[in-house]
Design a protein around this ligand. Structure first.
Ligand SMILES: CC(C)(COP(=O)(O)OP(=O)(O)OC[C@H]1O[C@@H](n2cnc3c(N)ncnc32)[C@H](O)[C@@H]1OP(=O)(O)O)[C@@H](O)C(=O)NCCC(=O)NCCS
Length: 252
């Protein structure tokens, strides 16, 4: 296959050793073979989250600009070889970038870009992506993670939100599989590195949008779920964006 089998890169840079690093957004009708490459990296990294594969395929079919959300499915390559991926939206209604999944294959993790490992580069690049999509830095990025994975995030600038946060175990399939929940950490990445005072203020402003970007916009939980109001606060009253509606369409 040619080097351009993934289409045109949205971003191209170099590792500190000079290898070519590219990000391809696998959306808007990407070829099946390319979509399946992305799916296979996801399945290798998250065998317990196979339910996301259908969503990856569906998001690859649709344009990335939806109603209030820009969906990204980044395939990361080094010297043309797929070595990682990241699924992260720019949620323009909540002004935050929820990070859903990301991974780098073990053999490629030691590569560095601007002095940081590829995984760190990938999990902080979503700040730049949000700025590009929204034209303003927004409230930062958000992620959900079990306790045992906190050490992936915390050394890289992500802060744990001081709330008791719950996620539906079956994700967006809770309506058919049941609304069982588990306690996990809600994380926040500030949009820029600022003063501690400014960061504290932003952290309070970001908390409810961060929770709503997952619980309301991704899992489609509604105000009838008793614990939702505590986490999402006034974000419940805001007209929600839709990942399912393509911008300019009334639905699909
Ligand atoms: C996330 C990732 C890209 C980070 O790569 P990296 O920057 O090279 O860092 P490492 O792989 O060394 O991981 C950092 C720490 O997290 C731990 N860690 C990484 N993946 C983990 C996992 N799936 N479960 C538990 N701990 C994990 C590592 O053991 C390491 O711990 P240490 O610092 O105590 O040694 C890479 O670990 C990965 O692809 N992991 C699998 C997918 C994943 O868990 N993604 C994050 C959640 S969406």
């Amino acid at each position: 296959m040619s080097r351009h089998r993934f289409g045109s890169p949205a971003l191209e840079t170099r590792t500190d050793e000079g290898a070519v690093v590219e990000l391809f957004d696998i959306v808007g009708g990407a070829p099946t073979e390319v979509v399946e490459t992305l799916c296979s990296i996801h399945v290798g990294a998250f065998p317990e989250h196979l339910f996301a594969v259908d969503l990856i395929r569906e998001d690859a079919r649709l344009p990335n600009v939806r109603d209030g959300i820009i969906v990204h499915q980044w395939l990361l390559t080094v010297d043309g070889e797929p070595v990682g991926y990241s699924l992260a939206d720019s949620n323009l209604v909540r002004r935050i970038a929820p990070l859903h999944f990301f991974s780098v294959l073990p053999a490629s993790r030691t590569h560095t870009v601007d002095g940081v490992r590829l995984g760190t580069w990938l999990m902080t690049d979503l700040r730049r992506q949000y700025l590009t999509d929204a034209g303003e830095p927004g409230l930062g990025a958000a992620a959900e993670t079990p306790e045992y994975k906190l050490r992936i995030f915390e050394p890289n600038g992500w802060l744990r939100c001081p709330v008791r946060y719950l996620e539906p175990i079956h994700g967006w399939n809770w309506r058919t599989e049941g609304l069982e929940v588990r306690e996990i950490a809600l994380l926040w990445l500030p949009p820029t590195t600022g003063s501690a005072g400014a960061t504290n203020e932003l952290a309070s402003a970001a908390l409810e949008p961060a929770a709503a970007s997952f619980l309301i916009d991704m899992y489609h939980l509604d105000a009838s779920v008793p614990w939702l109001a505590n986490l999402c606060g006034t974000e419940i009253d805001r007209p929600a964006p839709s990942r399912e509606t393509v911008a300019g369409d009334s639905g699909r």
